[in-house]
Design a binder for this molecule. Sequence first.
Ligand code: FEC
Length: 308
Amino acid sequence: MSHPGPPDTGVLLMAYGSPGSREEIEPYYTDIRRGHPPTPEQLADLVGRYDAIGGVSPLAERTERQAVALQRSLQRAHPGRFTVTVGLKHASPSIEDGVRALAEAGMRRIVGLVMAPHFSALSIGQYLERADAAASGLGLPLRGVCRWHLEPAYVDYLSGAVRAALASLPEGTMTVFTAHSLPERILATGDPYPAELRATAAAVADEAGLRAGDWRVAWQSAGRTPEPWLGPDILAVIDALAAEGRPGLLVCACGFVADHLEVLYDLDIQARGRAERRGLAFGRTASVNDDPSVMDALAGLVAARALA
Ligand code: FEC
């Protein structure tokens, strides 16, 4: 149904953000490290990883395309009601910039959606806290979508991607579902993140018809800090699979929604290299990016949150 009057509900589509150029890598890394600049060695290591994927991550462009697709889906289902804008955790426009833009455009309420499916206080929780603080500072109510790890369109997309990728991998290939590791201390507070990753993995494995024993979960891209991070790490899992005599592995990075550094470097270069050195075939499922059925489903979640 068409909405009378101008759009009044802002949608803040939030994502991690990425440096736009080599010069922006240092301030970006400093922001990720909560204002502590990286050492020259840490910076050189990160610059080297961006160089290895072509200098710039595709994440910024993928996030923009997701925002366009979300706006299109919302407009189709609820003409004239919603205005979508982007807010990034570690790059510009920031989450606060996005909230301000929606306020200036006359929005009376905001729905926050994070381009990450699994809730952790250190992930989606932080995005929503920042968005909420910015919105309440401007007198706007904000509702967040806290998780979407079992959204049927997302599970369908991933199970189709798993089936398609397995078709060109050897019989007996292990499917490994991954998400970004987080510091192990989240376990002490009962954070739902690990259980939500397992739930996505189980739902996708079931829909893709994987046999128990032919899939598992692992963590990837752990931070370079001394504290313990959630494991097992994907690289250790690759070693274990080689020791077991598995012929190959398929990584389904279901904790990520777009092509970016952690997929294109950590998986396509680092994990693939490790697997090939161990004699394992390696595959990775295609990223969701702005897949129309997933974006329609996310639009449905946003609308339900706004209209409840
Ligand atoms: O393509 C790009 O340019 C950006 C890729 C990128 C994504 C991403 C997603 C997540 N991260 C999460 C947690 C952490 C924690 C730390 C941390 C550190 C980094 C560094 C880079 C980086 N992350 Fe990231 N992350 C991406 C990139 N991340 C670069 C710094 C160097 C390094 O360690 O590799 C540790 C911070 C600290 O020092 O305390 C924690 C989580 C996600 C998935 C959810 C989301 O997208 O928000 C969780 C994409």
